[in-house]
Design a protein around this ligand. Structure first.
Ligand code: 3PG
Length: 207
């Protein structure tokens, strides 16, 4: 298993974050680190993503930082420059995948059917995001895919406390992603204790 996969499988749940204000990034990362989730997928859905990754990287050199919702090669450059460890994309875009391979950074692209899994395998990938997980058949779909393909998945999309364990018990699931433990209003209002509670709940579920 690669170092990255080992880290993901130790962490088990990756918080997916659309942060609006980079000045809050370090405090948010601190809450994650202190409460059992030493990882963040900072999505490029907001203009604060690059600066947030930079700030978290500077404050926590060892934290696992994914750049999420990466759709273009320019965003790959920005994510690498900011200090991301890994690129995550919602779909399978061969241009982005090829570019990440040229730049020697791991990409976990999204797939949700056998044809996309095969296209990703053909490009040498064996760890894939399964997105949107619940809408694409959830645990049953992953069981069907695992019967056929020697790849591991990071399901995301519709995962919550009530179903996260059913995903994590599948042998082909390395970790799950989700936004449920990081509601944006708690970040915006700097309700760090409330956030800590939600993060701790996740840590307890997966313990
Ligand atoms: C993602 O980018 O991976 C998804 O937005 C996460 O989906 P969720 O909000 O249902 O957890």
């Amino acid at each position: 298993m690669s170092d990255l996969n080992q880290k993901l499988s130790d962490i088990k749940v990756v918080p997916v974050i659309a942060i609006q204000d980079a000045s809050k990034a370090v405090k948010l990362a601190q809450v994650l680190m202190d409460n059992g989730l030493p990882c963040a997928e900072i999505t490029f859905r907001t203009s604060a993503a690059i600066e947030s990754i930079q700030r978290i990287r500077e404050a926590f050199p060892d934290m696992l930082i994914a750049a999420g919702t990466v759709l273009t090669t320019a965003q790959v450059d920005d994510a690498i420059q900011a200090g991301a460890d890994v690129i995550v994309s919602p779909g399978f875009n061969p241009t982005t995948v090829k570019y990440c391979q040229q730049r020697h950074i791991t990409i976990i692209p999204g797939v949700n059917n056998p044809s996309l899994v095969e296209q990703a395998m053909e490009m040498g990938l064996n760890t894939l995001k399964f997105f949107p997980a619940e809408a694409s058949g959830g645990v049953d779909m992953l069981k069907a895919l695992s019967a056929v393909y020697p790849v591991t998945f990071m399901p995301t999309g519709g995962i919550k406390p009530s179903n996260v364990k059913s995903y994590l018990t599948l042998p082909n699931v390395i970790a799950c992603g989700g936004t449920w433990m990081i509601p944006n209003d708690l970040i915006e209002n700097e309700q760090w204790d409330e956030l800590a509670k939600l993060v701790k709940e996740v840590a307890n579920i997966i313990a």
